[in-house]
Design a protein. Structure first.
Length: 182
């Protein structure tokens, strides 16, 4: 009983927003006519640095959206954000023939990105970013390429920890003279 309560609290505690990106209707011709099915693509995020996507298939649209949302909540990734509003550095993501380029932007720029990428940035909580997609326009591939690029995003703290240095040394904000290269 206690385990069930913990699971319920864990699922309800983080408040997730979701965005329906695409619905695809497919039909199968059978002896008596046509049978329709629906596939939904949903992006879910907490707008504080976590985002995920999911796809669901069902005979009815609401059921497909529900399945996609559940899958998206299971596949969340955490992305470090600079000042909680933009990326730390420019990144490129790839998936299949889809290729996306994402650049950090100054405050007030807004989200300059198309369709599925915009949904990912809004659910992630990014307010200023400039992005361009090249190659595939398939929403599934665009989202996967965007998440591929976001996973390679690293904060100065992560870089400093990996290299065994201080954040100030990474950012060159320590005020000391940098060694001259010969």
């Amino acid at each position: 009983m206690a385990r069930e309560d913990n699971r319920r609290n864990r699922d309800e505690a983080p408040e997730f927003a979701d965005r329906l990106v695409a619905i695809n209707r497919v039909s199968k011709t059978v002896k008596g006519g046509k049978r329709f099915g629906f596939a939904a693509l949903v992006v879910v995020g907490d707008q504080k640095g976590r985002v995920g996507f999911g796809k669901g298939k069902a005979k009815e649209v609401p059921e497909a959206i529900r399945k996609a949302t559940e899958q998206a909540k299971r596949n969340l990734i955490r992305v470090p954000l600079r000042e909680g509003r933009t990326l730390h550095h420019d990144v490129e993501g790839r998936h299949g023939a889809g290729r996306v380029i994402m650049r950090s932007a100054p405050q007030g720029t807004g989200i300059i990105a198309g369709g599925p990428m915009r949904a990912v940035f809004e659910m992630l909580g990014i307010q200023d970013v400039v992005a361009k997609s090249n190659g595939s326009q398939n929403p599934y591939n665009m989202i996967r390429a965007t998440l591929d690029g976001l996973q390679s995003e690293s904060s100065p703290r992560q870089v400093a920890q990996r290299r065994g240095k201080k954040v100030a040394e990474i950012l060159h904000r320590d005020g000391a003279e940098q060694p001259a290269e010969a």
